[in-house]
Design a protein around this ligand. Structure first.
Ligand SMILES: Cc1cc2nc3c(=O)[nH]c(=O)nc-3n(C[C@H](O)[C@H](O)[C@H](O)COP(=O)(O)OP(=O)(O)OC[C@H]3O[C@@H](n4cnc5c(N)ncnc54)[C@H](O)[C@@H]3O)c2cc1C
Length: 389
């Protein structure tokens, strides 16, 4: 007896064992809640793939909210023939004879195992659990599986880098799955993971959920704080795959590559800490860089600083620059224009240093220092260094 469903479905497994089934398997996982027939058939087929099976029997009503399509979908996934609407079934060795009551005719179908079959309520008389059956069921094995036990991912998470999005886009087409990009948060929810994204230059936050296939989600680097694994000593499974690249794909290739000049600092979009400077630096990024280096941070710049030629465009943060979502973003001498905010306001903690107490950046910041960055930053740098020892 195999069932896919919420916690309560365990009762159905128990009853089936009391009625005579030898063993039970219950697939239960938050990510399956609210699944449609396509997703349900995928989970059932994956579970059957792990169980020895020859005749797979489905009920007509209970499997998919009376749609009557899950048996055929499972058969398609397993590459097996399916006979639906069986009202009389006899098995003789590997031969199965089925009376199939269709709308236009009543047919006798003969098939060979393995086979998927769905039966109507005419197939047999309902049997009730006997006392003996109830006692025997207590000793019968019941397994509870989650999606991870079936090798079905609840979601495929990919980094929101340009390369990551390219991979995600192609994978979504290949798997015919829904795709969400630039998520800053992913939480388990009914019917699959729910993501949070910041859109329209950060003016709106939207929640989204993939409704088709295995959710493919690109997540902004550093958007989530890493948590220690719940089970101590858990080692992630690394699987090596042989990849074959088509001749057609090889027609576009890199003919020259020049590594970007190493700054010795982390990559701006991947750094856990970013220290950015704006027009308030007056063109001297020395204090910004020194503070960044004391924290192991990346350096960013506002458009005003970039347009003034004080820092390269590759380091511009904002609507027309890079979008960052680090754990800590320090904005020094930056007024906090909406276009700057678009690139950094999903940062976990924002600290602003500005000599104007009325600067809009203080509305975005969790912490602020009203003062001259040329005094505040060197003092902060010294303090960090002293604390590090
Ligand atoms: C279509 C479009 C796209 C844009 N894209 C971007 C973008 O991607 N990124 C971006 O940043 N901007 C962008 N902008 C520009 C944006 O509107 C602002 O003009 C820009 O962000 C201002 O940069 P700033 O804060 O460094 O300069 P200002 O707005 O001039 O602010 C300087 C701040 O420094 C403070 N200050 C001065 N001296 C000191 C000191 N000694 N110590 C401490 N504080 C001091 C001042 O009080 C002031 O608040 C865009 C604009 C447009 C129209």
């Amino acid at each position: 007896m195999l069932t896919v469903g919420p916690e309560q479905a365990a009762d159905a497994v128990k009853k089936a064992l009391q009625m005579g089934a030898d063993a039970g398997v219950h697939v239960v996982d938050d990510a399956i809640h609210g699944s449609d027939a396509v997703a349900t058939s995928l989970v059932l087929a994956k579970a059957l793939g792990q169980l020895e099976h020859d005749l797979v029997v489905f009920g007509m009503e209970s499997t998919d909210g009376t749609m009557g399509v899950v048996p055929a979908m499972v058969a398609e996934r397993l590459g097996l023939p399916a006979v639906t609407l069986g009202s009389e079934v006899t098995v003789d060795g590997s031969t199965v004879r089925i009376r199939r009551d269709g709308d236009a005719s009543s047919d006798t179908v003969e098939g060979t195992l393995p086979l998927v079959l769905s039966v109507t309520d005419a197939a047999n008389e309902p049997r009730y659990p006997s006392f003996k059956g109830i006692m025997a069921a207590k000793k019968k094995p019941v397994q509870t599986w989650a999606l991870s036990d079936l090798g079905v991912p609840a979601a495929i998470l990919i980094s929101s880098s340009p390369e990551g999005k390219e991979i995600a886009a192609r994978l979504a087409v290949k798997l015919e799955s829904g795709l969400i990009t630039d998520a800053v948060d992913v939480q388990a929810g009914d019917g699959g993971p729910v993501t949070r994204q910041s859109v329209f230059a950060g003016r709106y936050t939207v929640q989204a959920r993939v409704t088709k296939g295995t959710p493919i989600i690109t997540v902004k680097p550093n958007a989530a704080t890493p948590d220690a694994a719940q089970t101590a000593g858990t080692q992630p499974e690394v699987e090596e795959l042989d990849v074959s690249i088509s001749d057609l794909a090889k027609t576009a290739r890199i003919t020259a590559s020049r590594p970007r000049e190493a700054t010795g600092r982390p990559e701006l979009t991947e750094a856990a800490i970013v220290v950015s400077g704006g027009r308030g630096t007056g063109g001297d990024f020395g204090p910004i860089e020194a503070f960044a280096d004391s924290l192991g941070a990346a350096v960013g710049a506002s458009r005003a600083a970039v347009d003034s030629g004080w820092y390269p465009h590759a380091f511009q943060v904002g609507q027309t620059g890079k979008t960052v979502a680090p754990q800590l973003y320090v904005a020094a001498g930056i007024s906090g224009a909406i276009q700057q905010g678009a690139g950094m306001q999903t940062s976990k903690t924002i600290v602003a240093i500005n000599k104007d107490a009325e600067a809009p950046i203080f509305e975005l910041a969790g912490f602020g220092v009203v003062g001259d960055l040329h005094k505040v930053l060197p003092a902060a740098t010294d303090d960090v260094k002293n604390r590090k020892g």
